[in-house]
Design a protein around this ligand. Structure first.
Ligand code: ZN
Length: 570
């Protein structure tokens, strides 16, 4: 709960069952702002009128028929308010300089002007869309045509990247002293669909170039991926024929929301702090994990020696029956994270809650500690959320099973390098973090060039650079060298290597923070300690650039039980 934030969020109630809608999972807008550390106040529609005077930037999600309330909002904009509408125009397309496109045919059951699947194509430079370097995949949204007084920042292409007849996707208008920004695509629904994929009941459709043969009679997370082999992959420099998912598409949508808020706050001249993603104002993090396939103790020892040389702690996902006791002791003595590698693929195993529980108990006994991180062997997956549910039932806090199991899937095939909480169909968040697995062993699974490309993307969207190396491949020529090089390269770019549980501790502590503001004085309170937390103050002259905006960083220890006043230092 944020008190006194100048940024307000209103999620309009969804239409009734069986009625058309252009936005889904509306709560993911709030979830996104929380993850990115934006202080905001979620306001119920009935409280909006009273809240308006204290708000500088208002985000609405969806559509409303409350004409009286929107009249008040329009008056507030005239006086200088910044209104940002997502996935619909709050029943007032005129405010945003657009008109709703009529459906092609009036169908039974209620038709509505909507985009279906498509791509966002940016038109010209603007702080809200400057990070979008190629057409950005979306799934549904409102279909709007611009009026002459609107500035179109991005257009909507259709699912085959053909131009639509003048469909505007992001539009800015001036109204009195205020501004309105419409982001017509279903941003939260697209984020969920891309990150979580669709439920897996069948093999997926393979890549048209033979590099992603996911039709293999093994159900895995990639079978539910929704990104496009042709449009959402890019050539990997220096590796002819190899295309990879180099754009974290869902993260780019999340960033567009964050940029819209920062643009709104800058335009309104509001002094806004962010609780930055990482301590010490780090630009990004890196995470190294291992899957123990085969459980060969000699190869585990080889990997341990490489890690000693790389001077880092990593996350060891170990599958039943595990290693001999001396190998386990060596892993734990080096303070690596003991984690679980659920096997639902080898002979005699199954995809079931009972089998998950059986293997988990054995691995917990094996380590003498209950693992809190899981990655499924072969990134196995079936159905929608049961993989998450089984983890949660065993106290697992991080899953890493959404990712690439074929070389042609390498990269952000689930569109994200940020930890996130998956959601149920009703939008409720699951109490677990997913950190996707974008690639596997360099040299063996994909050429080392992929690590460079992924690191570049992770840095631009300030996510987590996650590399997976199996002990089984560490003795293969060139693999150890590629690992060390990737580690050094990330360090040189300012990243720290953390274990998955460290990421979870930090992220959960951040999400537990609450802001309060009185006038220009901001305070933050924490439910877990956040040593060296970074607060970034929006400031065009600030030395730190994030999301295309300048910030002045303030690094502080935020401690449980105390309220930390902010803004006292430069
Ligand atoms: Zn495995």
């Amino acid at each position: 709960m944020e008190i006194g934030s100048p940024v307000g969020v209103v999620l309009w109630p969804p239409p009734g069952p069986n009625l058309a809608r252009t936005v889904t999972y509306t709560g993911v807008v709030s979830q996104t702002l929380r993850h990115y550390g934006v202080p905001y106040a979620e306001i119920a529609p009935e409280g909006l009128e009273a809240a308006l005077p204290a708000i500088a930037v208002l985000i609405t999600v969806g559509e409303t028929a409350d004409a009286d309330l929107m009249k008040s909002v329009a008056g507030w904009v005239e006086q200088g308010g910044i209104l940002i509408a997502v996935g619909g125009a709050s029943g007032r397309p005129d405010l945003f300089g657009v008109s709703r496109e009529a459906p092609a045919y009036s169908s039974w059951g209620g038709s509505l002007g909507m985009t279906g699947e498509g791509y966002l194509a940016v038109d010209g430079a603007h702080p809200v869309t400057d990070h979008v370097r190629k057409p950005l995949h979306f799934f549904n949204g409102g279909a709007f045509r611009p009026e002459p007084d609107a500035r179109v920042l991005a257009w909507a292409l259709d699912a085959h990247q053909r131009e639509t007849s003048e469909r505007a996707a992001v539009v800015e208008t001036s109204r009195g002293k205020g501004r309105c920004l419409l982001v017509a695509p279903d941003v939260p629904g697209s984020i969920v669909r891309i990150r979580q994929g669709i439920a897996v009941h069948h093999d997926g459709v393979p890549a048209p170039d033979g590099t992603g043969p996911i039709c293999d009679e093994v159900l895995k997370s990639g079978d539910g991926g929704v990104l496009d082999w042709a449009f959402d992959r890019d050539d990997v420099d220096g590796v002819p024929g190899f295309r990879a998912f180099l754009e974290p598409v869902a993260d780019r949508w999340a960033e567009l929301l964050v940029r819209a808020v920062l643009w709104g706050a800058s335009t309104a001249g509001v002094r806004l702090p962010l609780l930055w993603l990482y301590p010490r104002n780090l630009p990004a993090l890196a995470l190294l994990t291992h899957d123990s396939d085969g459980n060969d103790p000699t190869k585990a020892q080889s990997l341990l020696r490489v890690l000693e040389q790389a001077r880092l702690r990593s996350t060891w996902c170990v599958m039943d029956p595990g290693y001999p006791p001396e190998t386990v002791s060596a892993i734990l003595a080096a303070r690596h994270e003991p984690a679980f590698h659920y096997d639902a693929m080898s002979d005699g195993t199954a995809w079931s809650s009972q089998e998950f529980a059986r293997q988990y108990r054995r691995i917990a006994d094996h380590f003498g500690a209950a693992p809190v991180t899981n990655k499924n062997h072969y990134l196995r997956w079936e159905g929608d959320l049961e993989g998450f549910e089984w983890c949660i039932a065993h106290g697992i806090r991080v899953d890493q099973s959404k990712g690439a199991s074929k070389t042609g899937e390498a990269g952000f095939n689930f569109g994200s390098c940020h930890p996130y909480r998956p959601v149920r169909r009703n939008g409720a968040e699951l109490p677990i973090l997913e950190i996707p697995t974008p690639t596997q062993d360099l040299i063996v699974f994909a050429p080392p060039a992929i690590a460079r490309e992924l690191q570049k993307a992770v840095l631009t969207c300030h996510g987590i650079h996650h590399l997976l190396f199996h002990p089984a491949h560490i003795e293969t020529a060139g693999v150890a060298e590629a690992l060390i090089e990737a580690v050094d390269h990330a360090r040189a770019a300012g990243m720290e290597w953390w274990t998955a549980v460290q990421v979870a501790d930090w992220e959960e502590a951040r999400l537990g923070c609450t802001w309060s503001r009185r006038g220009d004085a901001w305070e933050i309170a924490a439910s877990s300690n956040l040593p060296d937390a970074s607060v970034l103050w929006l400031d065009p002259d600030g030395p730190t650039e994030r999301w295309g905006f300048g910030f002045r960083p303030e690094v502080r220890d935020i401690t449980v039980g105390t309220t930390c006043p902010l803004g006292g230092t430069d």
